[in-house]
Design a protein around this ligand. Structure first.
Ligand code: NAD
Length: 498
């Protein structure tokens, strides 16, 4: 077992102990005997000091040309490429995802940094004719100020990169509050940004509990942007608090994503996709497939094949490359999943496979849960409505595309959905009618690419998008510029009438 790292906060370019002197521990969820990191239990004073440092760094960073800011992001991407394997291993030990997935998480941060580095020489605004003679009109993106960035544990490097890269590129400074379960992986990204040449105070990281540190980032008058990814419950509170102070605020919240399988679909491809969508990251993705709606004529065959493939999955410590499904992030989440399985049984859904924690042999010291399938469920059941955030998928029959789409749309969330079909007309109807921020055809609900917008409808967010060019609207303010070079007064809407 590797030695545990003792982490410090980064405030104003200095690695510092928390004011309280108190620390928290993070243990490996695949083997809780391993202590992975000891990290600061920061308090409001630490958060306030970090905000002050970010505010101090803002004037110079704001005036640093965007292409120069972008060069630092580019260098960070290059450094991350070199450290990819080491950081992926840290992440597997810290939060459990299997290595192939933690490499993907680091790769997503690399992709995001390269993408935003390219944006440094664009950051396009518009130029447009004026209604008056001898007058020029244009728009630019202006930075906003200090950003408070609050992130979850399931993509502990990718999600901080989705926020930090556009935030810094646009000329803002930042305080990052990583999730309690994953301080090390988020810190690894910050270390790389510092090594790449980011000036002191431009990025700060304060570790600790959400209610203590996160709440300060949301409520302090000096943070002008709040970007939050996490649960809908906390997100609603964050959104209300940020709104009270008119902050730029984007919320990326929960999901209850569905795959729809039509009778004409290639069933093997649909089963492959469903397996990956439901049990990748042990189902702990906001885009995880947690419902599958199958046309009745192929329903039994689909349930049978899905069950057979689920039985073959290899579960265990993600550092062993033979394993396909790792542990659940912590004991609390494991209990929550078991509670949902009990709810599903009580509601009368048919438990086809799984349904219990795994704690025999090599799994004895970890938080493992068997990949679980419920079949013959009704769309109104709680297991088909509420986010479980674990390896539990609910399969339901339907009669045709219209009913499948109605079931998919019949939940409070609207993040990702998918249709498997060979019928091009059905595909385009689904692309139009599925009410989710992301729609896939013949691919599972997971697997976003960084140059496209990411986010959801209804209870999944507040209408903003992360990633892609769309994310720039979170981290910059449109400024409209008029230059009149006529040498006399010209009045819009009035002097145009003659
Ligand atoms: P969570 O809401 O418990 O915590 C998220 C972050 O918020 C953590 O850093 C936490 O410390 C902080 N926090 C907690 N209370 C706070 C408060 N009062 N004020 C400010 N910050 C506070 O979520 P989680 O368990 O870490 O993550 C799982 C959830 O995140 C799931 O619902 C999942 O769907 C969602 N998620 C969404 C996306 C997306 O992009 N839509 C991506 C990943 C995860």
């Amino acid at each position: 077992m590797a030695k545990p790292e003792r982490l410090k906060n980064l405030i104003g370019g200095e690695w510092v102990e928390p004011r309280s002197g108190a620390y928290l521990e993070r243990h490996n969820p695949a083997d809780s005997r391993e202590l992975v990191a000891i990290y600061p239990a920061s308090n409001a004073e630490d958060a306030e000091a970090a905000i002050a440092a970010a505010q101090k760094a803002y004037p110079a960073w704001r005036l640093t040309p965007a292409p120069r800011r972008a060069e630092i992001l580019y260098r960070a991407a290059e450094l991350l490429v070199q450290r990819k394997e080491a950081f992926a291993r840290d992440m597997t030990r810290e939060m459990g995802k299997v290595l192939v997935e933690t490499r993907g998480d680091v790769q997503e941060a690399i992709d995001m940094l390269y993408f935003m580095a390219g944006e440094g020489r664009r950051l396009y605004g518009q130029t447009t004719p004026s209604e008056l003679a001898n007058k020029v009109c244009m728009t630019t993106r202006a930075p906003i100020g200090v950003a408070g960035l609050i992130t979850p544990w399931n993509f502990p490097m990718a999600i901080p990169s989705w926020k930090l890269a556009p935030c810094l590129l646009c000329g803002n400074t930042a305080v990052l509050k990583p999730a309690e379960d994953t301080p090390l992986s988020s810190l690894n990204l910050v270390r790389i940004l510092i090594e790449a040449g980011l000036p002191p105070g431009v990025v700060n990281i304060v570790m600790g509990r959400g209610a203590e540190v996160g709440a300060v980032l949301v409520n302090d008058e000096r943070t002008r942007i709040v970007s939050f990814t996490g649960s809908t419950t906390v997100g609603r509170q964050v959104g209300q608090q940020a709104a009270a102070r008119f902050k730029h605020c984007n919320l990326e919240l929960g999901g209850k994503n569905a795959i729809l399988v039509m009778a004409d679909a290639d069933l093997d491809v649909a089963v492959d996709g469903s397996l990956w969508g439901a049990f990748g990251t042990s189902g702990q993705r906001c885009t995880a497939t947690s419902r599958i709606v199958v046309e009745r004529s192929v329903y039994s065959k689909f349930v049978q094949r899905m069950t057979e493939r689920t039985r073959e999955l290899k579960i265990g410590n993600g550092l062993d490359e033979a394993h396909q499904v790792g542990p659940i992030v912590n004991a609390r989440q494991l209990e929550r999943i078991a509670e949902y399985v009990a709810i599903g049984r009580n509601e009368g859904a048919r438990l086809v496979i799984g349904g219990a924690a795994l704690n025999q042999g090599e799994l004895a010291h970890g938080h493992f849960f068997a990949p679980t399938i419920f079949a013959d469920a009704k769309p109104s059941m709680r297991i088909a409505q509420e986010e479980i955030f674990g390896p539990v998928v609910t399969i339901m029959p339907c009669d045709g595309l219209d009913e499948a789409i109605a079931i998919a749309n019949g939940v409070g969330y609207g993040l990702s959905s998918s249709l498997y079909t060979a019928n091009v007309n059905a595909a385009f109807r689904a692309l139009r009618d599925l009410e989710s921020g992301i729609v896939y055809i013949n691919a599972p609900t997971i697997g976003a690419e960084v140059h496209l917008p990411f986010g959801g409808m209804r209870n999944t967010g507040n209408g903003h998008r992360e990633s892609g060019m769309a994310t720039l609207d979170v981290y910059s303010e449109w400024k409209t510029l008029y230059v009149d070079y006529s040498g006399h007064l010209q009045r819009a809407q009035i002097d145009t009438q003659e």
